[in-house]
Design a protein around this ligand. Sequence first.
Ligand SMILES: NC(=O)c1ccc[n+]([C@@H]2O[C@H](COP(=O)([O-])OP(=O)(O)OC[C@H]3O[C@@H](n4cnc5c(N)ncnc54)[C@H](O)[C@@H]3O)[C@@H](O)[C@H]2O)c1
Length: 322
Amino acid sequence: MPSKAISAGDDPGTIAVIGAGSVGATIAYAVMLRGVATQIVLVDLNQAKAEGEAKDLEHGRRFVPSVRIRAGGLEACAGSQIIVITAGAKQHPGQSRLELALVNVEMFRDMIPKLAEIAPDAILLVVSNPVDVLTCAATRWHPHGDRRVFGSGTVLDSSRFTSLIAERIGVSVANVHAHIVGEHGESELPLWSSAHVGNISLSHFKVPGGKGLTRADRDEIITKVRSAAAEIIAAKGATNWAIGLAAARILEAIRRDENAVLTVSRVLHDYNGISDVALSVPCLVNAHGVGEPLDIRLSSDELEGLTHSASVLQNACRAAGL
Ligand SMILES: NC(=O)c1ccc[n+]([C@@H]2O[C@H](COP(=O)([O-])OP(=O)(O)OC[C@H]3O[C@@H](n4cnc5c(N)ncnc54)[C@H](O)[C@@H]3O)[C@@H](O)[C@H]2O)c1
């Protein structure tokens, strides 16, 4: 029997997740494990699916920090501090993220104004793809979009990037600080010039007796980062685990008001000459949402790559009617 619609009420630790598919359910699971929310609300067009996932997660409450999990309709997002959107069509093998744009933009056109009315103070974290195009759409259709709406962007890609660098040079991934910026997709680019390992510039770093990264290593790493999602989708139909953890990390930065530096996607205003398009650059994330992007030094190649990525996304937005 479908449960009656519930509202997040006044619980300040409520995170609503719209879309209880593989990504939404995994984000809820990661949020539970990390103790990021006191209440999680799952919303899906397929109400039975949302209820099934909520029940399954709820049965694990004994083993994680205190949390309640509920399913409900869109109105159940009322009172949420954060709403994560994972709803919509997903990539099929061989399909690019940008090909999803038309379908998911139309879904956002209907959903975002409703969410702004139901939960006017909530921060909206966009995860559905193409995340940059949808972040642009949601920012435009939300009255406080500029500050409260942002996308998971290249937080996941930066994790893939640092993990591959760490593996190649033989250090802990926790000591590698390096960003992937631009589109969450084909035109994304690595910022090699600012990459550091344990406070040492990556270009000078090598473990004793080891070797630093060669040009060929770098090329191979970025190729692997760019093709990671397609490879996993070809193998198992979807990606969910790492995006679940990446989204939980972003949510933690909001909930704990961390001012964490994360490569989230937001609409830029004259950032290195780029305006009116959402893409990922390092930004501060805190309880108010997303701050202005950080001013990072880019090499001329990196600036050219970022400008190219912005123009790819501007074209995608235009093609999607934005
Ligand atoms: N940003 C990232 O890094 C990243 C990573 C992986 C996947 N994704 C994206 O996340 C999205 C979800 O992927 P998935 O694998 O979970 O897909 P999925 O098909 O498993 O789940 C999507 C869910 O959305 C629901 N849905 C569709 N329209 C809805 C609506 N209007 N309201 C409420 N629910 C609705 C569907 O019923 C389904 O349960 C896709 O767009 C995918 O490309 C993004």
